[in-house]
Write a protein of this length. Structure first.
Length: 133
């Protein structure tokens, strides 16, 4: 799990520092895969989470959540992530979403962008579940 945690942190940090995010707003990490979580895992298994949140630059109404989520998703796509769910699956003018998974590491990212309430930008990354060591 250590290798997956390092990759999760590296990919999450790259996303937060990306031009794709900077084009619409900013976010900062609130959890950086620094502790085990049993949430969503079978008994005796754990995973690590990377969480970040932030807001749009300027007025939220001037931004398109689906475009912002798509831009961030494309950045992860360039790092080898496959799109599982994107905004076209859950289309809404006030909500943009993307779910991406890396085929070899098993790391999954959920990107949620909304202009109706703050925080406008929420990013959650997680490793697969592993046996507790």
């Amino acid at each position: 799990m250590d290798e997956a945690s390092k990759q999760l942190i590296a990919d999450g940090d790259k996303l937060l520092a990306s031009q794709d995010l900077a084009a619409t707003g900013s976010a900062s990490a609130t959890e950086r895969a620094d502790r085990d979580s049993e949430l969503g895992c079978l008994k005796g298994q754990v995973q690590r989470l990377y969480r970040a949140q932030g807001d749009f630059k300027g007025s939220p109404s001037q931004h398109s959540p689906s475009n912002a989520a798509g831009l961030m998703a494309s950045g992860l796509g360039l790092q080898g992530y496959d799109t599982i769910v994107d905004t076209s699956d859950l289309a809404d003018e006030n909500l943009g979403t993307a779910v991406l998974r890396h085929p070899t590491s098993g790391i999954t990212f959920l990107i949620t962008v909304r202009n109706g309430q703050k925080p406008n930008i929420m990013i959650v990354g997680k490793t697969s579940c592993y046996e507790r060591s």
